[in-house]
Ligand binder design. Structure first.
Ligand SMILES: *Cc1c(COP(=O)(O)O)cnc(C)c1O
Length: 451
């Protein structure tokens, strides 16, 4: 009989090729097999528990093995696990589309489903391009993106993203996009407010729109927080200005809220903080409470109407994924939305976020902390070898890996992005667990920056 982590780790490394991983690292780094989850905790086969401070790659909202979501999925499983969504439908996808339409910025009345975030971005990109074609605007075929943005890993999503680490090698395969400097407020001048900085940075977007509107389908952004780009944040005023300029120039606005949607930034959707409605809203990750792969692209009646015609006009959006609108995913999503409503989650999160921010800001005085920033339930700590220049540590030093390993030893799952340690915990975290998370991060930062 075998027990403990070791046998699972050995079997895993014989056949599993892990995402976003240099597999050779695992010659040193132990693979951690998880046997069960419970709330914010993950437990391995050695019986060691880890506080999931990153919501298992930003997907989990209400803890692992949440009883209410479990029950909803179990109940759905008894009646229908999957059905083709072309020509057929089912109650969970109807109810979810109604619920999302009621919750999203007004006017986003049409939900097109896919099964992961990257696919949702592909859908939005194709739909925008196709819309302009259907309107006879065939010269519109380019996309405007922000530097340091991230929209997923499939080729179209990778092309409209801008994190070099993921993109550079595949450049020869990617469509050509127009990149505009990010309004990232880490780069603001001393004394400049977030709003002033974001407003000033809008000049570049304004110029790009003026120069490229005739050939641009859409601008794609991550509203308020560029998550994979190191949790870099900007002011809502940028989105307000962007919405107005896109309207002026007849260019679509795609809001990729795959990471920031569902309460992460303090409001259900980040766009609400700028009081705007995008032409396409991409949702995934927290959509199912982090249970199952599902995504949706919400859009307007006006865009829907441009595809609505006699079949032989060939205007239809002939795009599909096998698991489009999977009933189990929809049931999990509906249960997750019910928790938001019944438990007043956005309200409760305000005090959790205040506590998390206050504790994290205690690290501001640390000699190697360049900034502690926050937007709602996302808190990021940017590390630097030099507080005056705020330059990054050389990436080859892998300071984040030291932090990851130390935190694991202390029972917390942190996974820094480059020089940025961040907290994006499930909303069921308690103030005491926040204290533990921040204390462990502090010790790990100490260890990783002491030389
Ligand atoms: C994670 C992410 C994606 C990609 O979603 P996947 O489900 O991983 O394909 C796209 N955009 C943003 C902003 C993300 O954070």
């Amino acid at each position: 009989m075998t027990s403990g982590n070791a046998p699972y780790a050995a079997r895993d490394l014989a056949h599993v090729w892990h995402p976003c991983t240099q597999m050779k690292d695992h010659e040193q780094l132990p693979m951690i097999p998880i046997r069960r989850g419970d709330g914010v905790w993950l437990e391995d086969y050695d019986g060691k528990r880890y506080l999931d401070a990153i919501s298992s790659w930003w997907v989990n909202l209400f803890g692992h093995a949440n009883p209410r979501i479990n029950a909803a999925v179990r109940e759905q499983l008894e009646s229908l696990e999957q059905v083709i969504l072309a020509g057929f439908t089912h109650e969970p996808v109807i109810a979810l589309s109604e619920a999302l339409t009621a919750l999203a910025p007004p006017g986003l009345t049409r939900c097109f489903y896919a099964d992961n975030g990257s696919s949702a971005v592909e859908v939005a990109v194709k739909m925008s391009f196709h819309y302009w074609r259907n309107c006879g605007r065939t010269q519109k075929r380019r996309f405007i993106t922000l530097t340091n943005s991230y929209h997923g890993e499939t080729l179209g999503a990778l092309a409209v993203g801008n994190v070099d680490l993921y993109k550079e090698i595949y450049q020869p395969l990617l469509m050509d996009v127009i990149s505009v400097p990010s309004p990232d407020c880490f780069e603001r001048e001393t004394g400049e407010s977030w709003a002033e900085h974001s407003r000033r940075k809008f000049a570049a977007m304004k110029a790009a729109l003026a120069a490229h509107a005739h050939e641009a389908c859409a601008v794609i952004v991550e509203p308020l927080v560029q998550c994979a780009g190191g949790m870099r944040m900007y002011d809502p005023v940028y989105l307000t200005l962007l919405r107005a300029a896109c309207d002026r120039h007849q260019v679509h606005l795609i809001a990729d809220e795959i990471a920031v949607g569902f309460g992460r930034t303090g409001t259900l959707f980040a766009c609400e903080q700028a009081a705007i409605r995008p032409d396409f809203l991409c949702l995934s990750k927290g959509l199912t409470g982090g249970y199952l792969p599902l995504s949706t692209v919400m859009t307007t009646d006006a865009i829907y109407a441009a595809f609505y015609a006699e079949y032989t006009k060939l205007r239809a959006f002939l795009h599909s994924h096998s698991f489009t609108g999977n009933p189990l995913g929809c049931a999990a999503a509906l249960a997750s939305l019910a928790i938001f409503r019944d438990d007043h989650i956005l309200e409760r999160n305000r005090s959790l976020a205040a506590h998390m921010g206050a504790r994290a800001r205690e690290l501001e005085d640390h000699p190697h902390v360049a900034e502690v920033r926050q937007r709602g339930m996302i808190v990021a700590i940017e590390l630097t070898p030099n507080k005056a220049t705020r330059e990054p540590y050389p990436w080859t030093e892998r300071r984040g890996l030291t932090i990851y390993q130390h935190a694991l030893r202390c029972g917390v799952l942190l996974r820094p992005v480059g020089n940025v340690v961040y907290f994006m915990p499930p909303y069921v975290i308690t103030p005491a667990q926040i204290d533990l998370m921040v204390e462990v991060a502090r010790a790990a930062i100490e260890l990783a920056t002491c030389d």
